[in-house]
Each structure stands twice: as C-alpha cells, then as structure tokens.
Ligand binder design. Structure first.
Ligand code: GLC
Length: 419
C-alpha cells in the first residue's frame, strides 16, 4: 500500500506540466499564482530544481509594472471561464489582470533555508529577489495610495478566498447591469450548490469588464474600483513575505532591498491593529470605500497570525479557533454564524493551505499546541477523505476538485513537520 507521501508525490507529478503545475485537471487547467508558490514547497521535498522552476515560471509572466497575475494561461483550454479572451490583457503569454496573495517571498525563504543544494539556492534566489521586491513595491504604490501601511484587494478573486462571506456586503456596491452574456464553466466541473451564486458571478464579471475598460492600467484600478477591501489575511501574507524577503536580501548583501521590505513589514504590522476586533477575538476586513470593519469573522482574520502579530493576539486567535468547535479545523467561517455553509466554497469548508499558514504563524508565536492540533487535524482529514480541494469541517466530506495539487504539497509539508 502506498503511503500518504507517495500519493502526494504522485499527484504533484500527475499535475506537473513541465515548468508549471495545474491545480487540478479539468476545473483549473492553467497556472495559479499562490497555488504555484505553495506547490513549490511540496516539490522541494523530492526535486529542488523543479521547485525553483515553478516560481520562476510565474515570475517570467510578471507585468512590467510589477504585478504578478493571478492566472497564467499557458495553453488554451475551453473548459475554463473567464478565459484569456475575456481578460484581454494583451500579455505575450495571456494572463488575467488581477493578482493573488503574495506568498512568494515566504516560499523563497523557506526553500532557501531548507535547500540541500545551497549554491543552486543562492543563484535562484538572487535572480528572483528583485522581481519579488518589485511586486511588493507595486502593492504599496498602487493598493495603498494613502500610505496606511495596508493594501486593498479590488476583486474577491485576489484574496484567493473567492466566495467568502467577507465580500457580501462590499459587493452590494458592485453593479450587475450591462455585462456581456456568458456561460459559466465551474458548475460543469463541480456541484453548483458548492459554488458561487449567479448574482455573485455577475459581479465578478462586472469588475473584470470595468478594469478591462480602463486598459488594465494598474495605477488607475484601485481608485476606480467600487470594491476596495483591506483583508487581514492577504495583508498578513504580504507582510510575512516582506519580512522574509528582507532576511534573504540581507543574507545576499542587498541592503537597500532589505531596508525597504523591512519597512513595509513594520508599518504593516502596526497598521494591522486597526483591523482587530475584540468582540470577535480576531481581525476583520475593512471596507475601504466606507471606512468600516466588515462584520464577518472569516478565516481571513485568523490567517493574520501568519505575520508577526503581538503574542496576545495570536493567543486569542488560537482560542477563537477552539471555539469553532468543528470536527476538523480550521473552518473558513465560524459555524455559529447563520451565514455559515459547510459545503459552499469559502463559506465554511476547510482548506489545507490556510491551515498550513495559520499553523506556521501560531507556532512562531509560541502557540505550539494550537499549531499541532491544526497539523494533526489536517492529516486526519487526508487519511479519511483523500486529497480534495476542500472539505466539510463537520463531516470531513471531500469537496470541489479531486487529486488537488496544493493539498498534496501541504501534506508533504505537514508530514515533514510531524517528524
Ligand atoms: C479557487 C480558489 C483560489 C485558488 C484557485 C486554484 O479559485 O478560490 O484560491 O487559487 O481555486 O486552486
């Protein structure tokens, strides 16, 4: 019988397209930004060179302005909507026109710290470092125009938590009229009851068409967007990546890049305090167009533990996770909230990548037991339900796509932590 690790490696190889990896066959046939950066961590356990390549391919498709797109459409595939014709970004290799959680800086450091082949690692990081730094600079220049220290996302898909309850209220300000008629593809690959509603989809597309109408000039999109949300999870990932990149830059003698990124991280950590909600025992999103916190205690506010938040905040987050009381952790929304939906995409289910980042942050903050519980729960889920895209936190039922790449990568990570 093959072990969990064998199956994980088999899945990573099966979804490998040579220089990039698809998240899963059918549902997601291209390269996704944060999927690739987290997938590289798994690949590194059995092929260091291939792991570096995964991230390099993504950065080969960085825009001249510095943005790294959320999808790179390496090969045509009719099975996905919205495809390259809808985005129409005019890139040499077609890409989408929005971004995704910038976890690359974190991944680079982790790959570098663990590298057996240190000469290889140094050469690869040296080349990637200025590109990741450019992406970080782009974020603070275009998505934090008032210098608050926190960046906004302008489309729910940027958060990576596409269908979260966090976006329901800010989404009310996004129109649905006037969009080009379209046919969804996601519901042909997955159960429609687990996917976003038609109305939400209309709004996703309205934003895409609006940005396309502005010629994908990323210096204009933030101010022109009716949707501007400061997501604590997204910012925590960016802050952690800035801090990690600063360490790498120091190591490689790039003092100026180190200083710049350390400054982003320090300012960001201080500003995170403005998102803290004492009654919820966690961070919340801020709707920037209104200036108010969004009353939705999603996992985005727990993922904040991924950056160096104060230790009492990390301890409170550990308690909040316990209070969910779900059989498997960490639910993407608390079951105590009436809007919780155990099976619908990002409105309740568990994702292993999120678990990994929360566990990593809590461990660093000294919440070792809380981190160990998340690791154990993640592996229990895999043993019971296989390598799915996401899971029902109550029953453990596997949901969404199967034989999923980043789930497999995280299993290799969790297994190596348990040793
Ligand atoms: C879904 C997820 C997103 C992920 C993508 C590919 O769209 O919401 O976070 O990157 O699938 O796995």
């Amino acid at each position: 019988m093959s072990t969990l690790a064998d199956t994980a490696i088999e899945i990573l190889r099966e979804n490998d397209r040579g220089t990039y990896t698809v998240p899963t066959k059918g549902l997601y046939p291209f390269q996704w930004n944060w999927d690739s950066c987290l997938t590289a961590l798994g690949q590194h356990h059995f092929d260091e060179d291939r792991a570096w390549r995964e991230i390099e391919t993504l950065f080969d498709n960085q825009w001249p302005c510095g943005m790294v797109p959320h999808i790179v459409f390496h090969q045509m595939d009719d099975g996905y909507f919205p495809g390259p014709q809808v985005w129409a970004t005019g890139r040499p290799v077609p890409t989408s026109g929005i971004t995704q959680p910038p976890v690359a800086g974190f991944s680079l450091k982790r790959l570098f710290d663990r590298a057996k082949d240190t000469a290889l690692a140094e050469a690869r990081v040296k080349a990637l470092l200025p590109k990741v730094a450019k992406w970080h600079r782009w974020f603070y220049e275009t998505r934090d125009p008032r210098g608050e220290g926190l960046v906004a996302i302008i489309h729910p898909w940027e958060a990576g938590r596409d269908n979260s309850i966090d976006w329901d209220e800010p989404f009310e300000r996004v129109p649905t009229e006037g969009i080009t008629p379209y046919v969804r593809r996601d519901t042909q690959h997955a159960n429609p009851a687990h996917r976003p509603t038609m109305e939400q989809y209309d709004r996703y597309l309205w934003l895409v068409e609006h940005f396309r109408g502005l010629g994908w000039d990323t210096s204009k999109l933030h101010d022109a967007s009716p949707f501007q949300v400061v997501d604590p999870g997204f910012n925590a990932i960016l802050i952690r990546s800035c801090a990690d990149l600063a360490d790498l830059a120091d190591h490689l003698g790039e003092a100026e890049l180190a200083r710049e990124n350390r400054q982003f991280a320090e300012k960001g950590i201080a500003a995170m305090e403005t998102l803290w909600s004492e009654p919820h025992g966690q961070y919340l999103c801020r709707d920037r167009t209104r200036g108010t916190l969004v009353d939705s205690a999603s996992v985005g506010g727990l993922l904040a533990a991924f950056c160096a938040i104060p230790t009492d905040r990390a301890a409170a987050i550990a308690r909040t996770i316990d209070n969910h009381g779900t059989r498997f952790r960490v639910a993407s929304h608390p079951p105590q909230d009436s809007r919780f939906d155990a099976k619908r995409y990002w409105r309740g289910p568990v994702w292993l990548v999120i678990n990994y980042m929360i566990a990593d942050g809590l461990r660093r903050a000294g919440e070792v037991d809380a981190a160990a519980k998340i690791t154990a729960s993640s592996l229990d889920l895999i043993r019971e339900s296989g390598f799915a895209e996401y899971y029902d936190p109550m029953t453990g039922e596997p949901l969404g796509g199967g034989r999923f790449t980043w789930t497999a990568a995280m299993v290799l990570e969790f297994l190596s932590m348990e040793q």
